[in-house]
Design a protein around this ligand. Structure first.
Ligand SMILES: [Zn+2]
Length: 88
């Protein structure tokens, strides 16, 4: 199984428990449950910068330095499906 990441927040989608849901109740293959529920983003107006602010504390909890977490997110998030169209 290839490792996939939430295409909104970059969280690793390691098991089906963490997957968001589509309108018909099936699991999303692209987004986690924190970002996506019943076929829609939970926070549709969120910007990429705001997403970074949300993610940094979680990554710090995982033991990462704030500056390193921020740098990683700034590099990684623009490559994800949700933010691709926004950034360029
Ligand atoms: Zn997510």
């Amino acid at each position: 199984m290839t490792k996939t990441f939430c295409q909104s927040c970059s969280m690793p989608l390691e098991n089906t428990e963490i997957l968001g849901t589509e309108k018909d109740g099936s699991k999303s293959s692209e987004y986690c449950l924190y970002c996506y529920e019943e076929g829609a983003f939970k926070q549709p107006d969120l910007t990429m910068e705001q997403m970074i602010e949300i993610c940094v504390p979680f990554m710090k909890e995982e033991g990462m330095e704030e500056s390193a977490a921020r740098e990683l997110l700034q590099k990684h998030l623009p490559e994800l499906a949700r933010w691709k169209t926004v950034s360029q």
